[in-house]
Design a protein around this ligand. Structure first.
Ligand code: ZN
Length: 344
């Protein structure tokens, strides 16, 4: 009764450890956003506290309380958690105070269950002081307490922390696996399931959120319309678009990267359509537009622009001036409809 979809290797490792009583006291779950790290962490906490013969049953009181985040012995520590709402609102790191509270709580006996589980979501966001403080806890394990660190980027964690955790990697699922799960477990209609499975890039959690909340697909449609407008706009309009994006960058860096990912998916789709692999595109609901647009560019032009989008993303991640990087990108958009030799 593990809820997590796919991830056979990770599941096998955890199940074996549970069966043989050889659990580590700290785990590091590594994988992209929405791939299932939190689901797996909650499942592990359930398996440790389940009252049934074959844990996790998903039905007993302990399993249900953990699933609904109400179990006193299973705590999630992230940017939003903690008892100071004002502090959480402005927080950009997991603070040393949060880790001190965790340590205090870990030192007390389990309140209602058998095991205490602390899930640190976004472990790469631990401040240096918090990570150093947490290291002491990792070095002196106590019985019946487990720490599960979740991260999208383990290279941002101190090596001393990583080396004291059992590493478990989660991988994006195949699009067919996501599609099947959306239909069978969440009752999503087949056409929508197919689209979401392509769009989520193997990260089921995003697809489930988008199936429940039409706002996510609505936003994507809006962003795609913007992208199409910009592709045929003049430089002045393109720079206005950049200015609007950069304006939001200061509040939400992720937003710019999400937008660049959308651009990358779109132009990769153009490449696929151009070489006759329309079946493999991400934006399956816009296949007609892709086909039309692809006729306006040569293969070499599309390829070159895909490289430009990747370069812009990399530069911004390396702290280049986002406005400059995006303006250069805008100037690199090839002119549509000037193809002399469409197969080159
Ligand atoms: Zn149970």
């Amino acid at each position: 009764m593990w809820d997590v979809v796919g991830q056979e290797r990770a599941l096998l490792l955890l199940q074996r450890s549970l069966e043989t009583g050889s659990l580590a006291h700290a785990y590091l779950f590594v994988g992209p956003a929405h791939v299932g790290k939190m689901t797996l962490a909650r499942n592990l906490a359930q398996a440790l506290n389940c009252e049934a013969a074959e844990p996790p049953c998903g039905k007993c009181d302990a399993c249900q309380r953990i699933a609904s985040a109400k179990h006193a012995d299973v705590q999630v520590i992230d940017l939003e958690s903690g008892n100071d709402a004002e502090e959480a609102r402005v927080r950009t790191e997991i603070s040393i105070n949060q880790i001190r509270r965790l340590q205090h709580s870990a030192s007390l006996a389990a309140f209602e269950g058998k095991y205490k589980a602390f899930i640190i979501d976004g472990a790469e966001l631990l401040s240096i002081e918090a990570a150093n403080c947490f290291l002491k806890t990792l070095e002196e394990p106590v019985g019946r307490v487990i720490f599960i660190l979740l991260t999208i980027n383990e290279s941002l964690l101190p090596a001393t922390v990583v080396s004291r955790c059992q590493r478990v990697e989660l991988f994006p699922l195949a699009s067919g696996e996501v599609e099947a799960a959306l239909c069978s477990r969440w009752g999503v209609e087949p056409e929508k399931a197919r689209l979401l499975a392509r769009l989520c890039g193997g990260c089921l959690g995003w697809a489930v959120s988008a199936a429940r909340d039409d706002g996510l697909l609505g936003q994507r449609a809006e962003w795609l319309d913007g992208l199409l407008e910009i592709a045929s706009a003049d430089n002045e309009q393109r720079f206005t678009y950049v200015a609007q994006l950069v304006d939001r960058f200061s509040q939400n860096r992720g937003l710019v990267h999400e937008r660049l990912d959308l651009w990358l998916d779109w132009w990769r789709d153009l490449l696929l359509v151009k070489v006759g692999c329309g079946d493999a595109v991400t934006n399956v609901d816009r296949l007609a537009t892709l086909g039309e647009m692809a006729t306006g560019y040569s293969l070499a032009e599309i390829r070159a622009f895909v490289d430009c989008i990747k370069a812009a993303g990399k530069q911004i991640r390396l702290n280049a001036n986002p406005q400059l990087a995006l303006e250069v990108l805008m100037l690199s958009i090839p002119d549509a409809g000037k193809v002399r030799n469409p197969i080159v």
